[in-house]
Structures are given as structure tokens and as C-alpha cells.
Ligand binder design. Structure first.
Ligand code: 5GP
Ligand code: ZN
Length: 112
């Protein structure tokens, strides 16, 4: 298994975990781009958002529900941004579906 996020799920690589259940894992990004920056990933290996189908799309709703729950718990009342980078031009560097949750400063728009 060469996928770094699958290795984090398997416990082969340590991560600063925020939340875990049988379907998903949330952990802080190793290279934070904002004062709060964590990732939510499905435990199922899905390569990218381009691979979402009717068979697996329910995990996306589950991840967004968790993002809202964690945002409340972490008191991100000033707002937050959920980002998914997909593919080369989308800026994806890890080929395991993940959603960034960024908060704690005013985030620029549009992205570069
Ligand atoms: P992408 O660029 O694919 O949208 O996001 C991948 C993210 O994973 C990056 O923000 C990067 O900092 C983070 N990342 C890569 N390797 C690791 C790791 O081993 N541990 C953690 N916690 N984050 C990682
Ligand atoms: Zn994986």
C-alpha cells in the first residue's frame, strides 16, 4: 500500500487526530495553511472527487456533516472554508480523497 493517507488510517504513520469512526478520519494538516487547518478523509480509498459515484457519494454528505460538527466544537464561529483539490490542475498532491477545513484568518478569494 503506497497511499500515505491509507497509512495514516492504518496507524503506520502518526497523525494529530481530531475525530475517528468506522467511516472517516479527521486530522490536522502537517503543513498548516491557516491557524486551523485539518483534513477529513474517508477510510475507503477513493482517489479523488472525480471518482465520486452514486455508489460512494454518501460519504461526502457524511464528511460535510462532520465538518459542521467539528467547526462547532472548535468554535469556528467566524467561518471556515472547505476545500477539495482534484487532479493536477486542481492542485491535488495526495491521491486519496480529502477535504481541507481552513479557519482562523480571513481567507483570500479567488484562490491563485
Ligand atoms: P492536496 O494538496 O492534495 O489538496 O492536500 C494534501 C495535504 O496533505 C497537504 O495540505 C499536505 O500538507 C497534507 N499532508 C501530506 N502528507 C501529510 C502527512 O503525512 N500528514 C499530514 N498530517 N498531512 C499531510
Ligand atoms: Zn488511500
Amino acid at each position: 500500500m503506497s497511499c500515505i493517507f491509507c497509512k495514516i488510517i492504518a496507524g503506520e504513520i502518526p497523525a494529530n487526530k481530531i475525530y475517528e469512526d468506522e467511516k472517516v478520519l479527521a486530522f490536522y494538516d502537517i503543513d498548516a495553511k491557516a491557524p486551523v487547518h485539518f483534513l477529513i478523509i474517508p477510510k475507503e480509498h477513493i482517489t479523488s472527487a472525480a471518482e465520486i459515484t452514486p455508489a460512494n457519494s454518501s460519504i461526502v454528505a457524511y464528511i460535510f456533516e462532520l465538518a459542521a460538527k467539528l467547526a462547532k466544537e472548535l468554535k469556528l464561529e467566524n467561518g471556515f472554508r472547505i476545500v477539495n483539490n482534484c487532479g493536477v490542475e486542481g492542485g491535488q498532491t495526495v491521491e486519496h480523497l480529502h477535504f481541507h477545513v481552513l479557519a482562523g484568518r480571513l481567507l483570500a478569494w479567488p484562490p491563485g
